[in-house]
Design a protein around this ligand. Structure first.
Ligand SMILES: [Zn+2]
Length: 231
């Protein structure tokens, strides 16, 4: 019968070992978060019009994103919700910081805009701060990061002013979080490219402020595709 140490096969299943109480809760917590993250990712890809439109646009641009290959649920620093790794074309989803479906949908939309920009424009996010500023402006504006209800300061500035002010601030903060640039350098880059990048609403064709507007944009995108296909 041996010395009793491995008779239950706990060496194969350390999470089930009652003699290992410190190890078990951490592992099962991480495992649970990963399962939930993957489930929310699937729901977003199946139901969010923002996400579905971006996936269709990526596909049309020749950069089809596959759920198993281009999306990874991982543990991250508590300050970040997700990221786009341009070297591997992977979107990282921070399973420990995404706590509901709405946050998942918005974060995925934000990162998919970076992936879309990377695909269509061969942008250089790593060394060109103006490229980085441009994609952060577009991601903040089109993802819903600055939509009504997501921030309260709209009452102070009015809806339109609020949206632009919020987009500018978020783009500056994202640049500073991603790279070691000073606030002054980040602000200068954002201001230089703001107008042209803010007005580039591809592939939505509009700022999709809510689900209804995103559904409309998705419908228009599909009709555009059908029109081209009929020529
Ligand atoms: Zn970003």
């Amino acid at each position: 019968m041996g010395d009793g140490k491995d008779e239950h096969g706990y060496h194969l299943f350390p999470e089930r070992d009652p003699r290992n109480p410190k190890h078990e809760p951490f592992l099962s917590r991480v495992y649970g978060l990963k399962i939930r993250c993957k489930a929310r990712l699937k729901i977003a890809m199946d139901t969010s019009p923002h996400v579905k439109l971006l996936l269709a646009a990526m596909n049309q641009a020749g950069c089809t994103a596959y759920r198993d290959r281009h999306f990874a649920c991982e543990e991250c620093d508590e300050k970040v919700g997700g990221g786009f790794d341009s070297s591997t074309s992977e979107i990282v989803i921070c399973q420990n910081n995404i706590n509901d479906q709405t946050t998942m949908n918005r974060m995925l939309t934000h990162e998919l805009i970076h992936a879309y920009d990377h695909c269509r424009a061969q942008v250089d996010f790593l060394s060109n701060i103006r490229h980085l500023a441009c994609t952060e402006i577009r991601a903040a504006s089109l993802s819903g990061d600055c939509s009504l209800g997501n921030e309260m300061s709209q009452f102070k500035f009015g809806v339109k002013r609020h949206h632009q002010t919020c987009v500018r601030d978020r783009a500056v903060r994202s640049i500073m979080a991603a790279r070691k640039f000073s606030q002054e350098t980040a602000e200068k880059a954002v201001d230089e490219v703001f107008d042209s990048c803010f007005n580039d609403r591809e592939p939505f064709g509009r700022i999709p402020h809510n689900t209804a507007e995103a559904n409309m944009a998705y419908k228009e995108f599909r009709n555009r595709g059908r029109y081209y296909a009929n020529i």
